[in-house]
Design a protein around this ligand. Structure first.
Ligand code: C5P
Length: 316
């Protein structure tokens, strides 16, 4: 376990609304871009996006309890891979919340890092959003929704969506969130090649025309209907990501030959890709097949449209 402290911050140790056992624990689910269109680019370099985003029933866990100062320790399978300096989004979230409210309380924060880092499934963004929610609860802060959303956007383009916690069409650079039609019960298999891929580098490598918006009103009744809608859309960052990391092409090819895989696609700026499946048994079969190669991180998980009531293990 790595232990870090933000020694510039001092606190009163005021324990706010701590729950039984002292720790408030929140699940920080992976996000999935079911499609991602790049619509344009702003003068400051950020890209205007249109994406249908949802969650998977796998994620990191944030635990917080009252103490003096702010400390962050990291455990879990990807603890050693995370950049946990002052730039860590969890510490940034704590600092942003304190400076927005003037609150002086401290917190011991433990991050259990189950998701690969810099991987297109929003691990850092999910952690930042969960830290904001957990610390607001610990410290008894009730900022209004728009103030929290502004804090979230300051942490990263995907953080407002993670804070919202519901499947949505996401626009602008990530700040325009429109609740999406209900998603069907379906499963995904996430595959990551275990090499981080830099989001700015992928955006920089993108070439070609911009796309129109891909939003739809239809309600997909099952995984097959969702796949049909998604097949007419795409992830516009795929070619750029493959040009930087050809292994992404291998992962997508592996999905193409899997029985029962309804769609294979990259999420976000990569490198994680997801296969869409109608149900858990077909996703588990695919997980087994893909794990046999043993070189990738492979996880089957439920597709989640509403992550707000998930427990710390990602279950309803
Ligand atoms: O906001 P976030 O830290 O996730 O973004 C990382 C980088 O990805 C940005 O600095 C920018 O280069 C690129 N990006 C972008 N357009 C977006 C989101 C991110 O160009 N909408």
């Amino acid at each position: 376990m790595m232990a870090l402290s933000d020694s510039n911050q001092t606190g009163t140790g005021d324990d706010g609304n701590a729950e039984a056992g002292g720790f408030i624990r929140l699940f920080a689910p992976a996000k999935i871009n079911l499609y991602l269109h790049v619509l344009g680019q702003r003068d400051d370099g950020y890209h205007l996006l249109d994406s249908l985003m949802a969650f998977a029933g796998i994620g990191d866990v944030i635990a917080v309890r009252a103490r003096e100062g702010i400390t962050l320790s990291i455990d879990g399978p990807f603890a050693s891979r995370i950049d946990a300096g002052g730039d860590n989004l969890v510490l940034k979230a704590a600092r942003a919340l304190r400076s927005a409210t003037g609150i002086k309380s401290g917190a011991e924060i433990i991050l259990t890092k189950n998701l690969p880092v810099a991987s297109g499934i929003g691990g850092g963004s999910a952690d930042g959003a969960a830290a904001l929610r957990a610390l607001a609860r610990l410290w008894g802060i009730s900022l209004d929704k728009s103030a929290m959303a502004a804090l979230a956007l300051g942490l990263g383009a995907d953080v407002p969506f993670c804070l919202e916690g519901r499947a949505a069409f996401v626009g602008g650079i990530g700040e325009e969130i429109t609740t999406a039609p209900t998603l069907p019960d379906a499963w995904v298999v996430l595959v990551n090649p275990l090499t981080p891929l830099s989001t700015p580098a992928v955006f920089k490598a993108r070439t070609g025309e911009f796309s129109p918006s891909g939003r739809f009103d239809a309600i997909a009744g099952n995984g097959g209907e969702l796949a049909a809608l998604l097949t007419e859309r795409r992830n516009d960052l795929t070619q750029a990501a493959i040009s930087l990391m050809p292994e992404i092409g291998e992962i997508l090819a592996a999905f193409e030959v899997l029985p029962n895989c309804l769609l294979g696609r990259m999420s976000g700026s990569g490198a994680t890709c997801f296969g869409l499946f109608a149900d858990e048994p077909s996703a588990r079969d695919a997980e087994k097949t893909l794990m046999a190669g043993k070189k990738w991180w492979v996880k089957a998980a439920a597709l989640i449209g509403d992550a707000r009531d998930l427990d710390e293990e990602g279950k309803v």
